[in-house]
Design a protein around this ligand. Sequence first.
Ligand code: NAP
Length: 246
Amino acid sequence: MTELAGKRALVTGGSRGIGAAIASLLAEKGADVAISYENSAERAAGVVAQIEKAGRKGLAFQADSADPAALKRLVAETAEGLGGIDILVNNAGIARYGPVADLDLADVDALLDVNVRGAVLVSQAVIPHLGAGGRIILIGSSLADRMVAPNVTMYSITKSAQIALTRGLARELGPRDITVNLVNPGATDTEMNPADSDHADMLREMSALGRYGTAEDIAAAVAFLASPAAKQITGTSLTVDGGLNS
Ligand code: NAP
């Protein structure tokens, strides 16, 4: 599997969950991969080991997506360490739950800072590095796109923002032959949304396939959008949710 041979990718939030699966799969497909993380240094090192096991260069950087200066540093160090950047996967994200009426200002700010401003600022810093054939892939949510539920309204707002970011960037970068797309996961078994949580059975029942997705399911969609085969796809979203939205 070498369709990403010679490509250099940055995956934000790559220390565990969906981001770790994306980083490993991009490496299996031939890309050198840098990941960012907030706290999980040891797990990030484990993902780098996986990337290296695939025969690719792997780098991990501590960079809080809520910190604009850290994001600038992350992109500069990635470009220097990998010799450039061809693919950005804007994956780092947090969830905070509760009805809008009860939300703390700190939770509202954290969601906006990490999920929205972080995605904008990483994209802004990466754009000058991308050449023709470059890729930006964002991670939204089936919840925001198709089915906003009680207690996840604020999180869903931050994920709806990824739709506008995807479409706007697709227009801005299309003339440079750079594609920008969104992947919308449904219920996906990670620490953010474990398949054995209180609401997991409800999510299973609501989906057409009756099961949770895996981080690898999401990684497969990202790898496709990153590949040369997806060169004519931009400004759109690929929903990977077992038919939650069907
Ligand atoms: P996860 O298991 O909680 O992993 C989150 C990843 O993001 C970790 O690598 C974490 O780093 C990193 N991260 C969190 N806050 C960060 C920050 N401030 N700065 C830098 N990195 C940060 O979550 P996941 O389920 O894999 O989710 C990945 C993406 O998919 C998110 O954007 C999420 O909203 C989206 N999503 C998930 C689901 C689902 O059902 N799981 C559904 C729809 C969308 P540390 O390890 O250092 O904390």
